[in-house]
Design a binder for this molecule. Structure first.
Ligand code: SF4
Ligand code: SF4
Length: 295
């Protein structure tokens, strides 16, 4: 909202249940339905003469613009990833520079996402620790923060295909460290071992199931317990179907595509950086793109 100060425009708000745009779109919560409802219920059509919406680029994984056009008459274009670039984007006559369309799920952003669930878990843990063994308050709260931050920082590196496997891995690792610390102290009660150890595994499982909701690698809700992304998949381009429309270029947040001048066909530049967010596949109307299991 801050970025729009001084701009002659309206901000249309579509609900995402409090989830960020990228995950909500990838997880099927922010869809063309959300946008259609926002258009129809706000009366935006009476406030402006044009019929073009600028959508956040990261919503491309979940929104079918043709469906919005069919149901409302409004056209959609995908703007920059970050709202702070909107003024420059408008200034450039609605053209995105390459830097406006690239993003990364960087460490700072992951840590930012970690704060609220970790605070919540600390508050939930506190009365339980006080009931069981008040002398463990400090170590357990420290463990909550360490386990949580470990999950968010090493989200892409923790072994395991499924969320619960990652949770078990970190839980068992933290339990071993915790037991070693108790053994070193030498004065811990059996309650400290049993409740602390089981608590750490439970905590790690809870966090591992929560982390996917902040990562575009996993669709929120549906796949928390099942798949943890499509890392074993690669993108196939069916060149015979590609019409060179460049939509994949304009929505890919990692700059994976180019369109070759001679053939006017899409080409994958570097698939290793692909986040498997599905935006290109969703926006490729001739259905020239698909994920296929690698190997
Ligand atoms: S969106 Fe599909 S049809 Fe358009 S350039 Fe990309 S691959 Fe080709
Ligand atoms: S190439 Fe990968 S990162 Fe780029 S839009 Fe497609 S799925 Fe997302």
């Amino acid at each position: 909202v801050e970025a729009l100060k001084g701009q002659d425009c309206y901000l249309l708000v579509a609900p995402t249940r409090g989830i960020n745009v990228w995950c909500a779109a990838t997880g099927g919560i922010l869809t063309e339905n959300s946008v259609v409802i926002a258009i129809k219920t706000t009366g935006i059509g009476q406030l402006v003469e044009h019929r073009t919406l600028v959508l956040p680029q990261l919503s491309a994984a979940g929104i079918d613009c043709d469906e919005i056009k069919r149901r409302t008459g409004w056209s959609c274009i995908f703007g920059p990833v970050y709202a702070k670039d909107i003024p420059a984007y408008i200034e450039a006559k609605f053209r995105k520079s390459p830097s406006m369309q690239l993003t990364e799920f960087a460490l700072g952003q992951r840590l930012e996402q970690a704060i609220s669930p970790t605070v919540l878990l600390s508050l939930i843990s506190l009365p339980v620790i006080l009931l069981i063994d008040r002398s463990l308050t400090g170590p357990v709260l420290l463990a909550v923060w360490l386990v949580s931050l470990f999950h968010y920082i090493f989200i892409f590196r923790i072994p395991g295909q499924f969320a619960y496997q990652k949770g078990l891995f970190v839980g068992i690792l933290s339990m071993i460290i915790y037991f070693s610390c108790l053994g070193f102290r030498g004065d811990a009660s059996w309650k400290g071992y049993i409740f602390g150890g089981l608590g750490l595994i439970l905590l790690s499982l809870l966090i591992s199931l929560e982390v996917p909701s902040v990562s575009p690698l996993w669709r929120c809700f549906r796949s928390r317990l099942k798949e943890t992304g499509l890392r074993n998949h690669s993108i196939n381009i069916h060149l015979e179907k590609c019409n060179g429309c460049r939509r994949c270029l304009s929505v890919c947040p990692k700059g994976c595509f180019e369109v070759l001048n001679e053939s006017k066909k899409a080409n994958l530049l570097d698939e290793r950086v692909c986040l498997k967010c599905r935006a290109c596949i969703r926006q490729c109307h001739p259905e020239a793109l698909e994920f296929a299991r690698a190997g």
